[in-house]
Design a protein around this ligand. Structure first.
Ligand SMILES: Cc1cc2nc3c(=O)[nH]c(=O)nc-3n(C[C@H](O)[C@H](O)[C@H](O)COP(=O)(O)O)c2cc1C
Length: 341
């Protein structure tokens, strides 16, 4: 079983992750992680922080002479922008964890909530996803991601101007991104129990990314308005292999991969910290106020697509090791070549 935990705050000293259950003898470098971390910091609409901070991962354990050892892999990503903001924050921001978090954890300084709720935490998830992708690449499984739309606009040539204009108006944008997982073997996940279903596991991992409000697989919500004959993918057999005529299921049927490309789309809400702040309440006085504003992205859909693909990679690596597992890469390879469907 592959598991990981992360810790760290947005402006704390560092983010850390511990990945447990990764096989031994997987070739791995810190650069493998840095490549994905760099992609997470890109895209239109990002804040100044992306310019002052270039994420770099240090692998502290579980790696020796360029290969994993089977021990837990500890990863450290230092925050260059680690300045603790001293002032007490009480003006709640709608669309954030501020209100529920402050009440639940009995905090009078909302910063104690927002520092951990921030999407800065996803840098650690991206690092774990990069290791997961490295494992899956040994078996030909590849990940692609793309932004489908920003603020409802599908024409990518218009995004930069749209985001700039929206930012100047003090507003923000969300959008839709898509992840594809290519060369999937048949049978990852299972139909036998709710928490083993691959679609459910992917949805949880992606829905848990900050600001993601919808996840669909294949036709997703689009399937609801169509007839059965327009939706279900016909099955064929040729040259010793099964295939489907179409891929409306997005590569998953009955909670298991069916050998087709896994296609996931996710909807991201507009960024909640606004230069044109919404009405809110000051927790200290209980009086009305304008929501607190501090440096924020205007749009982060490109970054969310990178994070989504990392989240999907972890789930698929976990399901992959469940099926073909072993303690070393060699052992998993022998299981894979013997039983690959
Ligand atoms: C890559 C990425 C960057 C984000 N940047 C910001 C930001 O700069 N400002 C902000 O208010 N929210 C940002 N968010 C979203 C918030 O973290 C998120 O909306 C908030 O924590 C509340 O969680 P929820 O939207 O999942 O309910 C970002 C999300 C992602 C995935």
């Amino acid at each position: 079983m592959l598991r990981f935990l992360t810790a760290g705050e947005s402006h704390g000293k560092a983010l850390v992750a511990i990945l447990e259950g990764m096989v031994a003898n997987l070739p791995l470098t810190e650069e493998d992680l840095d490549t994905e971390l760099g992609l997470r910091q890109g895209g239109v609409g990002r804040s100044e922080r992306m310019k002052i901070e270039k994420d770099k991962a240090q692998i502290l354990s579980g790696l020796r002479k360029g290969k994993t050892t089977g021990s837990p892999i500890a990863i450290l990503i230092e925050n260059t922008d680690s300045k603790d903001r001293e002032e007490v924050l009480t003006r709640l921001r709608p669309g954030h964890a501020d209100l529920a978090g402050a009440l639940k954890y009995n905090q009078s300084d909302v910063r104690n909530i927002l520092e951990r709720a921030s999407a800065r935490e996803t840098a650690a998830r991206v690092a774990v996803g990069a290791i997961s992708k490295k494992l899956l690449s040994e078996f030909g499984i590849k990940f692609e991601n793309r932004v489908v739309s920003i603020g409802g606009e599908k024409d990518g040539s218009k995004w930069e101007a749209l985001v700039k204009r929206t930012g100047e108006e003090g507003d923000s944008l969300g959008g839709v991104f898509e992840i594809k997982v290519l060369n999937m073997p048949i049978g990852l996940g299972s139909h036998v129990h709710f928490d083993r279903k691959l679609d459910g596991r992917l949805a949880q991992a992606i829905m848990s990314i900050q600001a993601i409000k919808g996840v669909e697989i294949g036709l997703g919500f689009g399937a609801a308005d169509k007839k059965g004959t327009q939706v279900h993918d016909e099955i064929f057999y040729a040259g010793g292999k099964y295939s489907h005529g179409t891929n409306n299921a997005g590569g998953i049927e009955g909670g298991m991969s069916n050998g087709e490309t896994v296609v996931i789309r996710a909807a991201m809400k507009p960024i909640a910290t606004l230069k044109k702040p919404l009405n809110s309440v000051d927790m200290a006085t209980k009086g009305s106020c304008k929501a607190h504003f501090e440096r924020a992205d205007v749009c982060a859909v490109h970054a969310a697509a990178v994070i989504g693909s990392a989240a999907a990679a972890f789930v698929i690596a976990d399901a992959f090791l469940e099926k073909y597992g072993g303690d070393s890469l060699e052992e998993v390879k022998s299981h894979f070549s013997g039983f690959m469907l």
